[in-house]
Design a protein around this ligand. Structure first.
Ligand code: ADP
Ligand code: MG
Length: 695
């Protein structure tokens, strides 16, 4: 049968041995086209390029040996074992099989030569290999030695290694005959000393015997960097094109309102920090342009992002159009509603409120006011952008604590607010500062401002880790603090993402503390309360009616009670560093020295010890984030499940983030000198479906 013409873009079914059933399985692994196989890189390699003398074997190694069958016998050790003893003159080794056919058994005649590969272990009678891969040799045939290292691919349900090797062999042959287009311009490759694409792919799938395997396993081989670089570039350019697209769209240019903003600043009870002033300037400049702003504010917890957002909203409102601020939780949205009401009511601006749990009548009323433009400022949760919400002339959307909102939501939001006047301006504020290079990769669709300064007069929170066996001591400390007029949080353990168990733990801690501290007024807030109950609890704490607030991690983001200066966190060893940093950011907001006690269940492993030490040693959220990134990977830090960032096939955002500055430069070069390459790179790595927007 003549083989049909095929190339790297062909479906996998053009390969020998791939029928509909296998194609389905491969599809589940994200493999659709021949080219996709090339980007499925081996996890590790085995050396079958040289024979090891049996006499020189060591336990634990995986080796290729060749020898002559001395003896084959079946023995019973609970079950039937086939033992085949082979020797090569330097020594002997036993091959042990538990599963074997009569035919197999018959092959192993004394005097037959074979080559086999497997792990060497100590057996009852010297070294043995259990179920080695083997090949019988014909009379006079040489041992079967491979010319390249043998790739071991990522475990793949129901697709055997042998099969994957065969498929990648075929794909590599096709690549050889129809080389992929080299999409990186020579100046980019030369500058970074990166090999050509086809060369890099071939090398990583079938490395020569003398390859620097250690470097490959660390992911730092130039061939890997070549592929990682192009992949990072693809993601970056796809996100960046959203940004470029926005620059070609129209938005209301908000040029007026300076008097109102100045007046607001004069009447604020504090002066903005230099960093806040800089970021406000950047935002106001963006807003004055007739294209939608897409800006991210990064700032450590407590750096004062809310007031910056308020100024942006005021600017819009003073220009006669609507602004909306959206928070990820009801608790946080409610808090914003209170802050914004306090700031804006004196100016005659009454914020409207929208949330998922709202009753029908007030909701109807809010919707009407939003639709006819009476509501100039709208505060709420994601309910803000659900069906049935019609804005009159929305010109600015602020999204607080963004890691809960992914790329797709950001895009959807923009589309939602689109009207005759154009797109709304978008301001996104992060909950978790993230390292610069990671931000470049994850938020390439946004411009970034950083508030890298805390308001004056703050003392860094002093943090200690204490085993929970010393709980009594800590309870006594809470008593002393509260009796001297301070307030405290007691944060309950987070139990495996289950809000039922969280809630039970909170009830138990609350009972324990109420009994131990009868003289204190103790409140409780947890995720299963109705929003109004929660709000009542928080408000009582804010008003000082409650001295000690027992809470689940619902208070993680945003909550602001400056008089609270002590926080106890139970089972701190189970939480992520950035989350702990967020939590402790609830204290240290006033003018007294604040403390955070991380209670842990001993014994603590070395890694957990190091993690908690990071919090003891620094109060800088960017440093915490960098360490968190190294310890847990970007998925946790960015909340990948929600961010909509697709998985990378080859690049690793921790390992390869250092490439980002060059990726950024290369993207500019390519967009300028080879724009059609840009689209092809995005298509190669993200396919037609996996892209972020309409590139
Ligand atoms: P975050 O950046 O974590 O969202 P917030 O906006 O909640 O921080 O601000 C934390 C606290 O600091 C609030 O009580 C806020 O009013 C106060 N604050 C903000 N900016 C300043 C400033 N320049 N000087 C003094 N206090 C400020
Ligand atoms: Mg905030």
């Amino acid at each position: 049968m003549p083989s049909s013409p095929c190339n790297l873009a062909s479906p996998l079914t053009v390969l020998n041995g791939v029928g509909a059933a296998l194609a389905k399985k491969l599809e589940r692994l994200g493999l659709f086209r021949v080219e996709d196989l090339l980007f499925l890189l081996p996890l590790r390699y085995e050396d079958r390029t040289q024979l090891v003398r049996i006499g020189a074997l060591t336990a634990g190694s995986r080796c290729l040996v060749s020898g002559e069958v001395m003896l084959a016998e079946t023995v019973y050790r609970g079950r039937r074992n086939l033992l085949v003893r082979i020797g090569d003159g330097s020594g002997q080794i036993t091959l042990r099989f538990f599963h074997f056919s009569r035919q197999q058994q018959a092959q192993f005649q004394p005097g037959v030569n074979l080559t086999c590969f497997g792990e060497v272990r100590k057996g009852p009678a010297g070294f043995e290999m259990i179920h080695p891969e083997y090949r019988l040799l014909r009379q006079g045939q040489d041992a079967a030695i491979n010319e390249t290292l043998t790739p071991i691919y990522p475990a793949t349900e129901g697709v055997q290694q042998g099969r994957l090797r065969n498929l990648t062999d075929q794909a590599l042959r096709i690549m050889h005959n129809y080389p992929p287009e080299e999409l990186l311009p020579p100046e980019v490759r030369d500058q970074l000393y990166l090999p050509a694409l086809a060369e890099a792919v071939a090398y990583l799938h079938r490395p020569p015997p003398d390859a620097d395997i250690e470097r490959i396993l660390e992911g730092r081989h130039p061939c890997q960097q070549r592929l990682a670089f192009e992949e990072l570039l693809a993601h970056y350019m796809s996100l960046r094109s959203l940004r470029l697209l926005a620059q070609s769209e129209s938005a209301s240019a908000l040029t007026g309102g300076q008097n109102e903003v100045d007046k607001f600043l004069r009447e604020l009870p504090f002066t903005l920090t230099v960093a806040q002033q800089r970021v406000v300037r950047e935002i106001l400049t963006d807003l004055s342009k007739p294209h939608p702003m897409m800006r991210l504010i990064q700032g450590d917890v407590g750096s004062g992002k809310t007031v910056v957002a308020a100024i942006a909203c005021l600017k819009a409102i003073a220009c006669g159009v609507q602004a909306a601020i959206m928070a990820p939780t009801e608790l946080l949205a409610e808090q914003h509603w209170r802050s914004f009401s306090a700031w804006f009511r004196p100016l005659g601006i009454e914020p409207a409120w929208l949330s998922g749990s709202q009753r029908a009548a007030p909701r109807r009323e809010a919707l009407d006011a939003i639709a006819d433009g009476r509501a100039k400022l709208v505060v709420g949760t994601h309910a803000l952008f659900q069906e049935g919400v019609q804005f009159h002339d929305l010109a600015l959307v602020v999204i607080d604590e963004q890691h809960r909102f992914g790329v797709h939501q950001r895009v959807a939001l923009r589309e939602k607010g689109v009207s005759e006047g154009g797109y709304p301006h978008q301001l996104v504020m992060t909950a978790t500062p993230i390292p610069r290079t990671l931000a470049m990769a994850a938020y390439a669709d946004l411009d970034t401002s950083v508030i890298d300064e805390l308001p004056p007069g703050r003392y860094p929170v002093s943090t200690i880790a204490v085993p929970e066996t010393r709980r009594d001591e800590i309870v006594a400390r809470v008593r002393t603090a509260c009796q001297s007029g301070q307030q405290a949080y007691w944060v309950c353990p987070l139990i495996e993402e289950s809000d039922v168990l969280d809630f039970e733990a909170a009830i138990a801690s609350h009972a324990m503390l109420t009994e131990a501290l009868p003289e204190l007024r103790i409140g409780l807030v947890h995720g299963r309360m109705r929003p109004s109950e929660k709000e009542r609890g928080m408000q009582a704490f804010k008003d000082g009616l409650i001295q000690l607030l027992v809470a689940t991690t619902v208070i993680e983001v945003g909550v602001d009670v400056p008089n609270a200066s002590l926080m106890i966190i139970e089972n701190a060893e189970r939480m992520g560093l950035s989350q702990l940093h967020q939590l402790r950011g609830r204290v240290g907001r006033g003018t007294t020295q604040s403390h955070c006690v991380l209670l842990y269940k001993p014994p603590l492993g070395q890694l957990a010890r190091n993690r908690l030490a990071v919090l003891r040693d620094t109060n800088d959220g960017f440093v915490v984030a960098q360490r968190d990134l190294e310890l847990r990977g970007p998925g946790e830090l960015l909340g990948t499940r929600q961010t909509g960032l697709p998985d990378y096939r080859i690049a690793n955002l921790v390992r390869d983030a250092e490439l980002m500055p060059q990726v950024q430069i290369a993207a500019e070069t390519i967009n300028r000198s080879a724009p059609n390459c840009a689209a092809a790179i995005v298509r190669r790595w993200l396919g037609d479906a996996g892209r972020y927007g309409k590139v």
